[in-house]
Design a protein around this ligand. Structure first.
Ligand code: CP
Length: 312
């Protein structure tokens, strides 16, 4: 950390990648690189957020995001409160706004929120003094996922500009896809989307990416292939005949992997559905960087908490 000189950061909240400039995205990635180095030391803790309190307010389930925000805050020496909807006064009818105001009254400085409703973090950010960090809102955005994905791509490929990145799967219902499209196009990557036509509509081309329903073409010259699971929890109609048919037509298997560039990396935000969007063997192979993404999530979330939480 000693050699790292941060620029001025003026954002209280991180609600969407679309709000960030390319320079701000790079600032988060550079800050995360400094924190990754801290994570490799024997003593992994720094006092940057000592005296501050972070609340994890997760109204949807999570393994990676919730736990890495908790560990990130602890490594920055913040106090941490975890709230699960099922054990809170949500069950008695308390609103999201009243819950957040209550947490702020308990001196929360940062509220990390995951909610099934798109716009919930924006709603809170405009009503609270506390910093609000979006940990995934409906099918809208998952900004820290896109930042950790970009960090991993930059680490593995030494650049993002000019890379061909293919995102494959359920694009329509994916907040990860929307945040990744915004970030990767802002940093100059060429983004291709592919999957069933019902889940990859041409309307996504308006965000500066290419849409093709031909998976072999989509993966053939990609430097990065990012797979997405089917978001059953957000789908209200059947988008394809069966899981078996989806796997046969769009799953990444050994035959399809043979069509890719030998140095193309395979990414997945998790949780993965083995044997559906990705063969188990590929998920566990050297080509996959899925667990590197998880590891990098910690440094990226430390960077976001540090910048938005006014760390020193
Ligand atoms: N990628 C991701 O958001 O995973 P979790 O749902 O486990 O947090």
């Amino acid at each position: 950390m000693s050699a790292f000189k941060p620029h001025r950061w003026s954002r209280k909240d991180l609600v969407a990648i679309r709000d960030l400039s390319a320079a701000e995205i790079v600032q988060v990635l550079d800050t995360a690189a400094a924190f990754k180095e801290v994570g490799e030391r024997t003593v992994k803790k720094v006092p940057s957020l000592r005296g501050k309190t972070m609340v994890n307010l997760f109204i949807e389930p999570s393994t990676r995001t919730r736990n890495s925000f908790e560990l990130a805050a602890k490594r920055l020496s913040a106090d941490v409160i975890n709230i699960a909807a099922s054990a809170s006064s949500f069950t008695k009818g308390e609103t999201l706004k009243d819950t957040a105001l209550t947490l702020q009254a308990l001196s929360a400085d940062i509220i990390v929120v995951r909610h099934k409703a798109a716009g919930a973090p924006h709603f809170l950010a405009s009503r609270l003094r506390a910093s609000v960090i979006n940990a995934g809102d409906g099918a809208h955005e998952h900004p820290t996922q896109a930042l950790l994905d970009a960090f991993t791509i930059r680490e593995k490929k030494q650049r993002i500009k000019g890379l061909k990145v293919t995102i494959l799967g359920d694009i329509l219902y994916s907040r990860v896809a929307r945040s990744n499209i915004a970030l990767l196009t802002a940093l100059g990557a060429e983004v291709t989307l592919s999957g069933p036509s019902t889940l990859v509509p041409h309307q996504f081309e308006q965000f500066g990416c290419r849409v093709t329903w031909d998976i072999e073409e989509a993966i053939g010259d990609a430097d990065v292939i990012s797979l997405l699971r089917i978001q059953h929890e957000r789908q209200h109609r059947t988008a394809f005949p069966s899981i078996g048919e989806y796997t046969a037509m769009f799953g990444l298997n050994k035959d399809r992997l043979a069509l890719t560039k030998p140095d193309a990396i395979i990414m997945h935000p998790g949780p993965i559905n083995r044997g559906v969007e990705i063969d188990s063997e590929i998920a566990d192979s050297d080509r996959a960087v899925i667990l590197d993404q998880v590891t990098n999530g910690l440094a990226v979330r430390m960077a976001v908490l540090f910048l938005c939480g006014g760390g020193s």
